[in-house]
Design a protein around this ligand. Structure first.
Ligand code: SF4
Length: 424
């Protein structure tokens, strides 16, 4: 069985690093058909400046366009459907991706504004997503290259190659994906539209409380592969994130999307050991961090566990932590029929679709979704009412929460720096 090839380049010149990973994977002549249409899908999900590492860096996007053009394509398109409620063209503008891509000779396309959509049935769907509407240009392009940035992520632990492809669907499908098993839905989308190359931005990946409140880290790497699972697994190993901490590798393997075991992957260029540097994933630090609360997390997925950790810190940032102390949190009891023992039914927050049945018995308050949308568990605590859909004021309320949250993260970051200095 041939191994999946993953190329790692390290340096300070994105053009050189991109050229190197293309060469390591067989050269542009083997990766780009002459006179083809090449669609590049960066992570351009949120309106944030380049230095935040919320989106793929404009330098990486420009470097890939320049490299692809050496293969003499007919056209290079940079396409995105930004996060729900965000305008893709505005994100291209604010992130710097738009200007960089146009200067390098690519055309920008907002997938959300496309009218020529084709409905594709998802055979053997593993989530509730049974079909997906995709733009004709995307389906007819000879190449689709996935250009993610590596970031920590509240509801997925991290985001990179596999998750970035969620941004090829319309808002309505995006919402449906959040209302079913998101990891399985992501793999369902991959089963009908597959990127044939991934070039990942680990130049300045983001640690901390991503995906929005990012802390960029100088890492200086570009990673590429034709196998999205092998790429994500290798990126995790590069940043010290155990792949056993991330539930969706199993979902990807079930869909035969690629390999994540080390023995099935051949790393070329730099070795993992040469570039390895641990990033900070506060979502994985354990529930002992918040002793004022009682957590019932039997059978929870890493997605919901990291969301709970995110919610705890956000409660602190918004001055709500002490007010809600003593509360019980039930998450992930997907295989348990009975409410976990010891739960106070008058003071319980239920998180995720798999605990919905307890809400049906009139217990507590509930945040819907699998996993829920990031701010919903927090708002359930504050409002003491269920949150199960994307309300019209969703973005405005998120924006209101942002300032104290950013200040809180800065304080945590400062504390972490001090702790590290003390350790030497
Ligand atoms: S709702 Fe349940 S099944 Fe879905 S991600 Fe959360 S713990 Fe997993």
């Amino acid at each position: 069985m041939p191994k999946s090839l993953v190329a790692i380049s390290k340096g300070d010149d994105p053009e050189k690093m991109v050229a190197e990973v293309f060469a390591l994977l067989g050269g542009v002549e083997n990766l780009v058909k002459p006179r083809s249409t090449v669609v590049l899908k960066p992570n351009a999900g949120h309106p944030a400046a380049a230095e935040t590492s919320v989106n793929t860096s404009p330098e990486l996007v420009a470097a890939v366009i320049k490299e692809v053009k050496k293969g003499n394509p007919k056209e290079v398109i940079v396409a995105e459907a930004a996060a729900i409620g965000c305008d893709s063209l505005h994100v291209f503008d604010v992130s710097g991706i738009g200007a960089a891509a146009e200067a390098a000779g690519a055309r920008l396309v907002d997938i959300k504004r496309e009218k020529d959509l084709i409905t594709i049935p998802i055979r053997d769907a593993r989530s509730d997503l049974k079909k997906v509407k995709l733009p004709r240009f995307l389906l007819e392009a000879e190449h689709l290259f996935d250009l993610p940035i590596f970031k920590s992520h509240a509801s997925m632990v991290f985001t990179c190659a596999l998750k970035n492809m969620k941004g090829v669907v319309q808002d309505i499908t995006h919402q449906q994906m959040h209302m079913t098993d998101l990891a399985a839905a992501m793999m369902d989308v991959w089963s009908v539209i597959r990127a044939d190359l991934i070039v990942a931005d680990l130049i300045r990946p983001a640690e901390g409380f991503g995906p929005h409140t990012t802390i960029p880290v100088d890492f200086g790497c570009v990673v590429a592969s034709k196998d999205p699972v092998a790429l994500d697994a290798t990126a995790c190993r590069m940043v010290g994130l155990g792949i056993d901490k991330v539930a969706y590798f199993g979902a990807a393997a079930e869909r035969n999307l690629g390999y994540f075991e080390e023995e099935d992957i051949e790393v070329v260029g730099r070795t993992i050991a040469e570039v390895q540097k641990d990033l900070w994933f506060p979502y994985l630090e354990g529930f002992d961090t918040w002793p004022q609360y009682t957590f019932h997390t039997s059978n929870a997925c890493s997605s919901c566990e990291s969301l709970v950790a995110f919610t705890m810190e956000k409660l602190k940032a918004l001055g709500q932590y002490d007010k809600n102390a003593g509360c019980h949190i039930v998450v992930g009891s997907k295989r348990d029929d009975e409410m976990p023992q010891g739960v106070d039914p008058n003071n319980v927050i239920l998180i995720g679709d798999c605990v919905k049945r307890f809400r049906g018995k009139g217990v507590g308050h509930w945040s819907a979704g699998c996993p829920p949308l990031e701010p919903h568990p927090l708002w359930v605590f504050i409002d003491r009412e269920d949150h199960f859909e994307m309300e019209p004021y969703f973005r405005e309320r998120m924006a209101q929460d942002e300032k104290p949250w950013v200040e809180h993260i800065e304080m945590m970051r400062e504390q972490r720096r001090k702790d590290q200095d003390e350790k030497g």
